[in-house]
Design a protein around this ligand. Sequence first.
Ligand SMILES: Cc1cc2nc3c(=O)[nH]c(=O)nc-3n(C[C@H](O)[C@H](O)[C@H](O)COP(=O)(O)OP(=O)(O)OC[C@H]3O[C@@H](n4cnc5c(N)ncnc54)[C@H](O)[C@@H]3O)c2cc1C
Length: 342
Amino acid sequence: MCVGGGRVSLENAIGYAKQRKAFNKVIADFGLVREKIANMATLIYVGESLVYRTVALMDAALSEVDKSTADAAKQTLKAIEEYAVECSIIKVWGSEMIDYIVDETLQIYAGYGFVEEYPAERAYRDARINRIFEGTNEINRLIITGFLLKRAMSGQLPLMPAIKHLMDEVLSGPSVAEELEGPLPEERKLVGQAKKLGLFAAGAATQKYMQAIQDQQEIMGAIADMTIEGYAMETAVLRAQKIVASKGEAAASLPIAMTRVYLAQAMEKIESAARKVIAAVADGDMLRTQLAILRRLAKYEPFNTVELRQQIDSIQMEPRISLAWCRCPQPSVRRHRPGSNP
Ligand SMILES: Cc1cc2nc3c(=O)[nH]c(=O)nc-3n(C[C@H](O)[C@H](O)[C@H](O)COP(=O)(O)OP(=O)(O)OC[C@H]3O[C@@H](n4cnc5c(N)ncnc54)[C@H](O)[C@@H]3O)c2cc1C
């Protein structure tokens, strides 16, 4: 629903921006307006990818349920529950994505954004409920971290061994950068770094609070934010990889550009959430050591997001080919998820 609403909103924003004139130009010619279009298109690409991936994972799990057995209903519920974390992720992510899109659409309509006869006003008002119903985003954030920690504590999810492995790795100092084979190596490396940042912060927090972490809602929320962004980053990269594999790198330039723009902004959010957690659980020398590790894990050569956004918005603005990535193949089903592979 949020992805569909986002697409309609983006189409409206593009249509309006191409006909509204200010300073003797259509506003679609202004860089700051075009940047908004590129950001919206990027979020819709990522949102669509998240939904396709998660629903395909659930479809695959449900197809394995033997409907002829007496406990088919129980098996079905179990298969669905397996994806509770991913569902909470796309609920939170999708509802915050649509709020951003309707807000920026309204900004493009500016004064007319307040006028009921134009579509931006209604979209802005209608979208707001998404962060409230189907479990408020606060409750869903608690579900994301709570479920992951519950699985980790019960041994269902190898989170603790992964944290220990990471600690050993970071304490042994900088290692030689691993060369990744195949398409989008830098992007895949960044996804790996994002996961490490999340694990590092979660490890520091669980070490301090143990089971009582459930009462530290702000920290639970920050861990949820890192999980959400990590899943979104990985999903965007997987889809771009699939498009490269089927059409080649040149034909995949738009999804690659959108993936890079998204990775850059998600990394900022993850780094900021990790910093918040670490500052809350450590102090003095320990804090300084942990912040040094955090900086090392978060280090990467930035993408030129100004140029990438220009590439995205120039394609979105062309007549009849906006939302061009709709013709791209959908992401493949991968048994590779936050709940199973920290
Ligand atoms: C337009 C609309 C349509 C709706 N449609 C449906 C529907 O079809 N079916 C249905 O069942 N319900 C529906 N609802 C109800 C909706 O699901 C609830 O409004 C929602 O679950 C939040 O409950 P509440 O309003 O009682 O808020 P409260 O529970 O009072 O929450 C208030 C605030 O406190 C926060 N909060 C509450 N508990 C915690 C906690 N433990 N930790 C941290 N923060 C917390 C919440 O996140 C929220 O920000 C609808 C609501 C609206 C406005």
